[in-house]
Design a protein around this ligand. Structure first.
Ligand code: PEP
Ligand code: MN
Length: 281
């Protein structure tokens, strides 16, 4: 609650200026569009190599793959854990890609730090304040997804928790919120992009995969996100989405992703931003 209107509830976020976040050797800032892509979950060694080789050849430098997955149902797939992280470590060495992966539990932090270049805090953990405090003590960029029912102020306060402990390497990610609508998995709140840009100087990217839950909507909402000023996209892809262990319905196959990248490149011209260099060429 704001008691005194002259005091901003998130002073560290508010006072940060021209924030640029470095993930491995990739800059996230307001002049660049970065694409992070990969499967919802790392399912096997073969599939993650196939995706890594594809991304490398496509000029996309950041792979996101889940080793620890939150699942609404206790019977749902929850990731392969340490073995998946070992494969991701190999991917880093072999293909030179940066790795983004989700942290669910503070007890996993040490071994995640050995592999990840970007730690994702998922929608369910945006308000896990003890986790946020620990992430504030580590020297690793954080991808802070918006809680599915979080207001923008609550999202900013979650980031304030991290910064307060010393880590100001934060990229926000709009991933849709729950509304009364049931035809889509979530309602992608594109208002949040220009709004966050008014309120903060931190980079903000959009996840149209969870934001819609429907493969056919991912491309139009990716373009819409860039039009709204997003600094990047997080997109779920899979060599065979119909066989995916998680989130297949919202994952693009590699051909669909290729088409999207070409469309995004054309559009970046209007967004007045440049694609990350390796992708632009
Ligand atoms: C994910 O990125 O696969 C994921 C679980 O995202 P969210 O936390 O936004 O649901
Ligand atoms: Mn997913």
């Amino acid at each position: 609650m704001i008691k005194n209107l002259n005091i901003c509830p998130y002073p560290l976020i508010e006072n940060a200026r021209n924030s640029s976040v470095l993930v491995k050797d990739i800059h996230f800032n307001q002049n660049t569009i970065n694409i992070i892509a990969g499967p919802c979950a790392v399912e096997s060694e073969e599939m993650i190599h196939e995706i890594a080789a594809y991304l490398k050849q496509r000029g996309i430098s950041l792979l996101r793959g889940g080793a620890y997955k939150p699942s609404t149902s206790p019977y749902g797939f929850q990731g392969l854990g340490k073995i998946a992280l070992n494969w991701l470590k190999d991917i880093k060495k072999i293909y030179g890609l940066g790795i983004a992966t989700e942290i669910l539990d503070v007890n996993h932090l040490d071994h995640l730090l050995e592999c990840a270049d970007l730690l994702q805090v998922g929608t369910r953990n945006m308000s896990n304040y003890e986790l946020l405090k620990e992430l504030g003590k580590c020297n690793k960029p954080i991808l802070l997804k918006r809680g599915m029912s979080a207001r923008v102020e609550e999202w900013l306060l979650a980031a304030e928790y991290i910064i307060k402990e010393g880590n100001d390497q934060i990229i926000f990610c709009e991933r849709g919120i729950r509304t009364f609508e049931t035809y889509t998995r979530n309602t992608l709140d594109l208002n949040a992009i220009p709004l966050m840009k008014e309120l903060t100087s931190f980079p903000i990217i959009v996840d149209p995969s969870h934001g819609t839950g429907k493969r056919s909507l991912v491309a139009p909402m990716s373009l819409a996100a860039l039009a709204a000023g997003a600094d990047g996209l997080l997109i779920e892809i899979h060599p065979n989405p119909d066989q995916a262990l998680k989130d297949g319905r919202q994952s693009l196959n590699l051909t669909e992703f290729d088409t999207l990248i070409e469309d995004l490149k054309k559009f970046s011209h209007f967004a007045n931003k440049k694609f990350n260099e390796s992708l632009a060429s």
